[in-house]
Design a protein around this ligand. Structure first.
Ligand code: AHG
Ligand code: MN
Ligand code: MN
Ligand code: MN
Length: 357
């Protein structure tokens, strides 16, 4: 009997993007590779904290204000509200604030960034001269954070722009359509950590091998099935939905005779809902409605990166009336209506909007 040997040809994320860089030839300087490496590190760091969060609540007496570059002493992990105090009267740090600090520190230290936009920070972080690079990163450090206490999947979403020619790195370098991103991705922290990335040449998925501490290519060239059987909406908002949303949902729940209705799946973490949509197909939606006139999801660090991945995987991402990646943001925390997923499913939604127009 021949014993199976483990493969000695493992395609790690670093190796994979390096080969991509070589394929691009002289155009690539290696800076983007180093930046993606820094993001990969933050994913490992956040994954490890997400896993520990329910287990430990290490504490140190009083740490604020914490210098940006110091992350050694913060080990006070809490799933409570930021700024809360625990029963011992200690300051607690919500996991999404902690994840934000991890990302800001690491991205700044990479020396490859000029501007950072985070869901957790009201203002843009403009990197000082000494550390300045030529990329801008927009990110949601911990997406789905309302799910943490229940042990449900959460994630990190990111998008990367290159500063415009001649720019020193200002907010205008990120107030650009999502189609101008050079890369986008997310890491989902679930039963394993999955990093899904596109640098504009298809979508690849990597899984963290905890024994190696490396993200390994496990899902090469992800393509969304052209039609799915799953819909993913917070239907609790039905009271507020506009007619095209209601009519579309009715069409998949009450199909003509002979066709089966769609299955409902809604995690409430965009990362998890989009991850499933990319792999299984179907549609994810968080539309604008009578209550939220621009929907809920944020354009720069939720809608754009997910729309970028969806299109790169062969799907469609729309507000209902226009392509998401064409929107020019005017403010960094702007929101947008979102429908994304399998081509034919999203085309159906668009048809319902056209019928209403
Ligand atoms: P975040 O935790 O980063 O603030 O994002 C939450 C978002 C997104 O993950 C999810 O799709 C959506 O909120 C869920 O909203 P509802 O609870 O309204 O369904
Ligand atoms: Mn989010
Ligand atoms: Mn978040
Ligand atoms: Mn939030």
């Amino acid at each position: 009997i021949e014993l199976p040997f483990p493969s000695t040809e493992i395609l790690t994320l670093t190796r994979h993007i390096l080969s991509e860089q070589i394929r691009l030839g002289a155009a690539a300087t290696g800076d983007l590779t180093l930046l993606i490496n820094a993001i990969e590190f933050t994913s490992k760091f956040i994954a490890s904290n997400v896993r520990k969060a329910r287990l430990i609540n290490l504490s140190v007496p009083h740490l604020s204000p914490r210098p940006l570059c110091c992350i050694d002493n913060w080990l006070l992990i809490s799933v409570g509200l930021a700024g809360d105090t625990n029963v011992q009267g200690e300051e607690q740090k919500k996991l999404d604030v902690l994840s934000n600090d991890i990302m800001v520190n690491s991205l700044r230290a990479s020396r490859k960034t000029a501007v950072l936009i985070s869901e957790e920070l009201d203002h843009a972080v403009v990197i000082e001269e000494e550390y300045k690079g030529k990329y801008c990163v927009v990110f949601d450090p911990l997406d789905g954070s309302s799910n943490i206490d229940a042990g449900v999947n959460v994630g990190t979403i990111f998008g990367i722009y290159k500063v415009r020619q001649g720019s020193e790195g200002t907010i205008d370098d990120v107030l650009r359509p999502g189609s101008e991103m050079v890369a986008a991705g997310y890491t989902m922290y679930g039963s394993s950590a999955n990093l899904v990335l596109s640098t504009g040449n298809g979508v690849n998925g990597y899984t963290l091998d905890p024994s190696l501490g490396e993200f390994v290519l496990t899902h090469p060239d992800i393509k969304i099935p052209p039609r799915g059987k799953i819909y993913s909406f917070n239907e609790g908002n039905s009271l507020y939905f506009h007619p095209p949303t209601i009519n579309y949902l009715n069409s998949i729940k009450y199909p003509p005779a002979g066709k089966s209705p769609y299955s409902a799946r809604y995690v409430g973490s965009m990362v998890a809902d989009v991850h499933r949509t990319l792999l299984y197909g179907g549609i994810f939606g968080y539309p604008d409605d009578k209550k939220s006139k621009n929907g809920k999801l944020r354009l720069l660090y939720e809608a754009f990166p997910m729309a970028f991945l969806t299109e790169q995987a062969g799907g469609i991402a729309t507000t209902g009336t226009r392509r998401i990646l064409d929107i020019v943001p005017t403010t960094i925390h702007e929101r947008s209506s979102v429908y994304l997923g399998s081509r034919d499913d999203v085309l159906d939604v668009i048809t319902f909007y056209q019928a209403e127009a």
